[in-house]
Write a new protein. Structure first.
Length: 566
C-alpha cells in the first residue's frame, strides 16, 4: 500500500467516526504487519462490529451492503469465478446483470481486487459488501467443504483418477505425504467438530462421494465439490493410514482408531470401514475427551426421578441398569451417576468399550475382545480388587449378567446398560438370557430407560396453537395444554437454520418395589410389570416427553420420533 493509498484509507476511516486516532494507528499497523485486511483488523481490535463498520464504509464509498444468509445464487453465476479465486480473495459471486459480475467481499480497501477478479472472470466486476462470516458460510454451502483443496487436486494429474479400479493409480507412500489429501481430510473432521457432530459418514455412490454429519442425532448432508468422487480412493486411504489400517485390504470390514487434537481439544475417532458396491464406506465416531461431566441435575430428569435416582445410587449394593438404543445418552447418564458418588472413600472400577470419558479417581479398564479381555473376564477380576462400585459398559450375555448379579448380592453397587425399548423390558431381557427370576428380583434396584430429543433453539423458538387433530392423534394430555399454545421451532443462524440446538434426555425410571419384584419372580410379561410401575408413580418416556414439550424444551414431533407407541 503506497503513501497516497494510505492517506486515502486513513481519511476514509476517519470519516466513519468509529475510530479514535489511537485506534486508527493500531488498525493500520495490524493490517501492515499481521497480513489482515482493514476490516479484519477493525474487528480483531474490537473497534466496531463488522456489520456496523461495513455499512458505514459502504455509505462513504457508495457500495451496497448485503447479507448472504438467505441469498440464492444461480449455479451459472458461481461458475463465472474460478474456485481458486473465491477462496484466495475470500469473495463470492452473487449475480450477473448486463455483463457485470457482482461479487461480495469484506475488503473494499484492496485496491487491486476488482482488477484481479476481472482478469479471473473475464467480466466487468462490481463489488458489494458482506460480513466475512456470511461469505465463508456461502462458500461452504455453494462450493462445498474443502472446495479449494479439491480444486488444487484437480490440477494435479497424479490424483485425476477417473477409472473404476483406482487401487494401482497412485503410490501409497507418496499419498500419505500429499498435502492436499491430508488437508482435505483435516477440513472434513474440523468442520464436523465445528458443527458439534458425533459421526461422519463417507459413502461412495455411483457418481458422487456423499459426506454426512450426524448433529443432534439427525443426519445432515454436507455440501462437497462435485468432483470429489474422483479422489475417493485417495481420501479413504488417507483415513486408513491415520487409523493404522491395512490400506491394501478393500474386501473386508475393518475397525481402527485415530487420536487428534482439534482446536486444543483431544478427539478420539473410532473408524469403521465397510465394503460396498461402489467402494468402501467409512464411518467415523467422534469422542471428545476432556469434556466436563454433566451432573445428575443437568440431565433433565423430573424432580421425582432426580430424588429417586440419587437415593438409589447411594445404596451400598444392587444393580442399576440404564436402557435404550445406541446413541440415547446411556454413557453420559452413567458418568453423571458415578460423578455424584465419586468420593475418596469409594473404590470405583469400570469396564468400558470404548472409554468415552476419563474420570479422575476412577480405575477404568478398556475391554478388548480381540485378545480375550471380555466384559465377563474383566468383571470376574474386579471382584478380587476390593471394589465398592463397579460399572460394566454393557450386559451382553448370560456369563456377564450372572457375575454382575453375584457382585451385587455380595455387597457391591453395580452399574450397567442394556439395549431394550423401555424400563420394564430389562427384566424380560435378563430372563431371556437365562438368569433365574429370583436372582433378577433380588439384585436389580432400579432401571432407567431414556431417549434423547432435540432441544428447541432458545433464540428462534415461537409459540403456536397445535391442531386439534394432532393432539387427539398422539394422545397429548389436553388438560395440560397451555392457553397460549406450545413452543415450536423456527430458523435462525445460531441453530444453523434447523430450529434446534443441542439435545435433552427424556426418562422412564422404574423403581423396583416389592410389587415389581413379585411380578418378576412370577415371570409376568413386560406390560404387566410396566402397568404395576405406572400405578406406583412411574412416568413413561412419552409422559416425560410431554412434560418437556409443555416446558418449551422440545416439540411434539420430537417426542413422537424418539418414543415407542404406548
Amino acid at each position: 500500500m503506497g503513501v497516497k493509498t494510505t492517506t486515502i484509507v486513513r481519511n476514509l476511516l476517519q470519516k466513519t467516526g468509529l475510530l479514535s486516532d489511537e485506534q486508527l494507528d493500531a488498525v493500520l499497523k495490524m493490517a501492515a504487519e499481521d497480513g489482515k485486511n482493514i476490516t479484519e483488523a477493525v474487528t480483531a481490535l474490537g473497534v466496531a462490529p463488522e456489520d456496523v463498520f461495513l455499512q458505514k464504509v459502504g455509505e462513504l464509498m457508495r457500495l451496497s451492503y448485503t447479507r448472504l444468509t438467505a441469498l440464492h445464487i444461480e449455479p451459472a453465476t458461481l461458475q463465472k469465478l474460478p474456485t481458486k479465486a473465491v477462496f484466495q480473495y475470500n469473495v463470492i459471486p452473487t449475480s450477473t446483470e448486463n455483463g457485470i459480475l457482482q461479487v461480495a467481499t469484506n475488503d473494499p480497501f484492496n485496491a487491486g481486487l476488482v482488477d484481479a477478479l476481472r482478469l479471473a472472470s473475464g467480466m466487468r466486476v462490481k463489488i458489494v459488501l458482506s460480513p466475512s462470516e456470511d461469505i465463508a458460510k456461502a462458500s461452504k454451502s455453494f462450493y462445498g467443504v474443502g472446495a479449494d483443496t479439491v480444486d488444487k487436486m484437480m490440477q494435479d494429474d497424479r490424483f485425476d483418477l477417473t477409472t473404476e479400479d483406482t487401487s494401482a493409480k497412485f503410490n501409497i507412500s507418496e499419498l500419505d505425504q500429499e498435502a492436499s489429501i491430508v488437508k482435505f481430510v483435516n477440513q472434513i473432521i474440523w468442520e464436523a467438530c465445528q458443527q458439534g457432530a458425533t459421526d461422519i459418514h463417507l459413502e461412495p455412490m455411483e457418481t458422487q462421494l456423499r459426506i454426512r454429519y450426524r448433529v443432534d442425532g439427525v443426519l445432515h448432508q454436507t455440501p462437497v465439490p462435485a468432483a470429489l468422487h474422483r479422489f475417493q480412493s485417495a481420501i479413504l486411504s488417507r483415513i486408513k493410514v491415520m487409523a493404522n489400517l491395512d490400506i491394501a485390504e478393500k474386501r473386508l470390514p475393518m475397525d481402527g482408531r485415530i487420536g487428534l487434537k482439534v482446536q486444543g481439544q483431544d478427539v478420539d475417532i473410532r473408524v469403521s470401514t465397510m465394503p460396498t458396491v461402489y467402494g468402501e464406506s467409512v464411518s467415523l465416531r467422534l469422542l471428545r475427551r476432556g469434556t466436563s461431566f454433566i451432573s445428575i441435575k443437568d440431565l433433565g430428569m423430573s424432580e421425582r426421578d432426580t430424588k429417586l435416582i440419587i437415593k438409589v445410587i447411594n445404596r451400598p449394593n444392587g444393580i442399576v441398569l440404564v436402557t435404550g438404543p445406541t446413541g440415547s445418552g446411556k454413557s453420559t447418564s452413567l458418568y453423571a451417576y458415578l460423578h455424584e458418588i465419586n468420593t475418596i472413600d469409594q473404590r470405583i472400577l469400570t469396564a468400558e468399550e470404548p472409554i468415552e470419558y476419563e474420570m479422575p479417581g476412577v480405575n477404568q479398564v478398556l475391554v478388548r475382545t480381540d485378545i480375550g479381555l471380555t466384559f465377563a473376564r474383566v468383571l470376574r477380576s474386579f471382584l478380587r480388587q476390593d471394589p465398592d462400585i463397579i460399572m460394566v459398559g454393557e450386559v451382553r450375555d448370560l456369563e456377564t449378567a450372572e457375575i454382575a448379579i453375584q457382585a451385587s448380592l455380595t455387597g457391591h453397587l453395580v452399574f450397567s446398560t442394556l439395549h431394550t425399548n423401555d424400563a420394564a423390558g430389562a427384566f424380560t431381557r435378563l430372563l431371556d438370557m437365562g438368569v433365574e427370576p429370583y436372582l433378577v428380583a433380588s439384585a436389580v434396584e432400579s432401571v432407567v430407560a431414556q431417549r434423547l430429543v432435540r432441544r428447541l433453539c432458545p433464540s428462534c423458538k415461537t409459540k403456536s396453537i397445535p391442531e386439534e387433530a394432532l393432539i387427539a392423534e398422539v394422545g397429548f394430555p389436553r388438560d395440560r395444554l397451555p392457553a397460549d399454545g406450545l413452543y415450536t421451532h423456527s430458523t435462525c443462524e445460531k441453530c444453523r437454520m434447523t430450529g434446534f440446538s443441542g439435545r435433552r434426555g427424556i426418562f422412564e425410571l422404574l423403581d423396583v418395589t416389592d410389587g415389581v419384584r413379585s411380578l418378576v419372580v412370577q415371570r409376568k410379561s413386560m406390560s404387566v410389570i410396566k402397568q404395576q410401575a405406572i400405578s406406583e408413580g412411574m412416568s413413561t418416556l412419552r409422559d416425560d416427553g410431554w412434560a418437556k414439550v409443555i416446558n418449551g424444551v422440545t416439540t411434539i414431533d420430537e417426542v413422537i420420533r424418539a418414543t415407542e407407541e404406548e
